[in-house]
Every structure is written in structure tokens, then in C-alpha cells.
Design a binder for this molecule. Sequence first.
Ligand code: ADP
Ligand code: MG
Length: 243
Amino acid sequence: MTRVIAVTNQKGGVGKTTTSVNLAAGLAQSGMRVLLVDVDKRALKTSVYQVLLGLATAESARQRSEAGGYDLIPANRDLAGAEVELVDLDHREARLKGALKPIADQYDFILLDCPPALNLLTVNALVAAHAVMIPMQCEYYALEGLSDLVQTIKKVRAHLNPGLEIEGLLRTMYDPRNTLAQQVSAQLLEHFGGKVYRTVIPRNVRLAEAPSFGVPALRFDKSSKGAQAYLALAGEMLNRAGG
Ligand code: ADP
Ligand code: MG
């Protein structure tokens, strides 16, 4: 059974891409077949853009990330324009879901790395997904931002994807010595309880160093705290799914 997970938070810089890349590598390391789809824009030649507009199949657009042990459908700058072009298409919210369908059963996990906005691209990811993973930093206004996202998830559930679940909330760039981080983390556990992953991603220079999309820390420093944290997250997810 394939599990499609949208890695979403409308705030930029919270660790969505870092989580997508390193979790994909962690799951692959655990023997899972993984596809990572970059729904955020980046400077690459082939793109999820053509896939969304029906100009290319997902199969033809995917590449292999040898470094990560997973397959990848990258994005490029055109994707920013795709939002506008999608508006005129039929089933504009379900383009990604439709495009992934022919290859979905080749994977155990499909991770959708979302842009930092609650736009049509994010909605496409939320419609294609079984569940949402929310990376977040434990800082001021994190919970306010979360409630906007939860509202969006509720709307998508009501109108477009009734089965959409919250897979889990992931505390990223966590500094246990920071009092505010501790407080926000405690509130998060109070409100969302078991939905908060026990695994916490620490602030770790190895994760920040990953030079570009597609190079997970597991690849160049497996023993680093960052790589180990994402490996632990993959393990926690697989345990949850199994039990
Ligand atoms: P998003 O995709 O949500 O915009 P990114 O994953 O691109 O966020 O992360 C934003 C920045 O923070 C990047 O420069 C990244 O390298 C850095 N970063 C992410 N997670 C960590 C971490 N756990 N420790 C240190 N730096 C991190
Ligand atoms: Mg990103």
C-alpha cells in the first residue's frame, strides 16, 4: 500500500525541504521504495510543471537520486507560473493526484515537498495525499500558523479529499535549552498529543550544510545528529504504520 504524504507548512524556512530530502533518504535506507516530488520551485531543467499541466507523464519526468536512494520528480522556476495556468484547467486541484496515479503503486512512500504558501500547488498536494506531515519550529506564532493550516486541511477534507489525515507534527531545528522552544513544544503536545512525533530534529550544521536539493545528510555524514534524527523519524513512522 502506497502512502502519499504532503510535507506542508505555509511558513518558509521551517524545514520542509530538509525534512523531505532526509526523510526520503531515511525511509529508503530502511528498505522502502520512495518517490520525492518537489512541488516547490527550484532551478532545474525537467519539472513537475509539465506533469501538472499534462504535458509530460510522471514516469518520464522522474529521475533517480543515487545519493538518496529514492526517485525524484524535480521542479523548476516555471512552477511559479503553473499556479496561474492551472486555474483554467478542469479538475485543477486534482492534477497531481491524477498524474501520480499510474506510478504510485511502484512506491511505499511518496513525499510531496510543498511550497511555503497555501496556494493551488499546495492544494494539489493535499488532494493527492493520504496525510500531511507538518514540520515546524517551536517559536512565537508557530501555533497561530498551525491553526491556519489546520483550517485549510479541514476545507480540503470537506470539499476535495475526505480521507486526508494529519500524519504528524515534527519539531524541527529544536534547541532544548531554549525556554521559548520548550514552552511552545509543551503547548504543541497539549493540543496535538499523539500527533506530535516523539522524534525531534535538532538544529544541526550537517543538515544546514546539505548543499542542494537531493543530497541528504545521511549520505555525507551518517553519524551526524541530523542524519540520525531523520533516520529515527523514518523508524518512528514505520513503527506507527505497523502498529
Ligand atoms: P523550507 O523548505 O520549509 O522553506 P528548508 O528545509 O529549506 O525550509 O530549511 C530552511 C533553512 O534552514 C535551510 O537553509 C536549511 O539548510 C536550514 N535547516 C533546516 N533544518 C535544519 C536543522 N535541523 N538544523 C540546521 N539547519 C536547518
Ligand atoms: Mg522548501
